[in-house]
Write a protein that binds this ligand. Sequence first.
Ligand code: SF4
Length: 394
Amino acid sequence: MGHSERAHALLSASGASRWMACTPSARLEEQFPDTTSESAREGTLAHELAELKLRNYFFSVDFGKRKLTTAVNKLKKAELWNDEMMGYTDEYLDYVKAVALKFKSQPYVAIEKQVDLRAYVPEGFGTADCILVGGGVLHVIDFKYGKSPNGRVSAERNPQMMLYALGAYEAYKILYNVSEVRLSIVQPRLPDGISEWSCSLDVLLGFGETVKERAELAIKGEGEFAPGEKTCQFCRAKGMCRARADENVKLAFSPDIGKKPPLLSNEEMGDYLIRGADVAKWLADLQKCALAECLAGNDVPGWKAVEGRGSRDWTDLDEAFAALEAAGISTAILWERKPVTPAGLEKALGKKEYTAHAANYEVKKPGKPALVKESDKREAITNKVSAAEAFKEE
Ligand code: SF4
């Protein structure tokens, strides 16, 4: 099955963290179209490239160098192609190679394996990027092409990955003995983009029992709504869902009654920020929905759609600049010459070439202080001068 034609089951593996937490969401979402963003289409293209490279590495007899080159050249014609995909998919390939080499004997390898999840989820199926089995170990690897640090996905107890592992276990349990399950997510566009987790087969099968219970409710649209920042993030109903609206109104506007000091304490500040984390996002989603309604000619009392602020542009750049140069305006004024940034050069050259030629000249400047949740992996900073710094020798 082509990556872009991967069908989505009602209870998809990729949406499992949502429908397991908020069981009525799957049926509610059905009413909204499943749109594909440009970054999702870019991810699909990168997956296709990654698949070709794995096939060439593991099954070079059937899919040799020549077939690989022809197939890659075809992908290069795609609108969203970018040369940096070659470097990022190489990183994924290197990771999978290293995993395969760590097996005591050569593992069985399946690439882009469609796994049947019906033993756990009604009508459930999914496609695992890479599965390796052997020596009592079942290893499932997922390639993710997102580049936003907020989109970092952890492999630890990841429902999508655990479902793939359950599907893989069902497919291979007759042929292979499995006692340990390993899960890896490779996100090569993020620094520190590899997440790994492992568990025993018993833990995986225990998860399978929980999935069955949650899926039974979800398929019927039953259970409790469970709005939350992470849970609602990719839900198609997020703009119009009443449970999410009620929750955010409660978080944002219900006052804590009682006699309290006029200033908030630091504890209260932290608590408000945690409770209100989804409020701004919810309002933005609500605005999007209301705008779509207004544009469709429907009435949203108190609101209307207008044309936003436009921008200025040349009708025909070549013609305009030729005329301006003919009028004596120098090229130096017409064109801005800017040095390329390290990130821009890495994008243009690919990671390997960038590291070889330019990485020595790069310096990392600290970013602006940012407030993040305590669970964030980065080290906390303060602007308080320590005694050691204050008394250090000149
Ligand atoms: S928006 Fe949130 S609460 Fe509403 S259905 Fe979706 S996941 Fe559940």
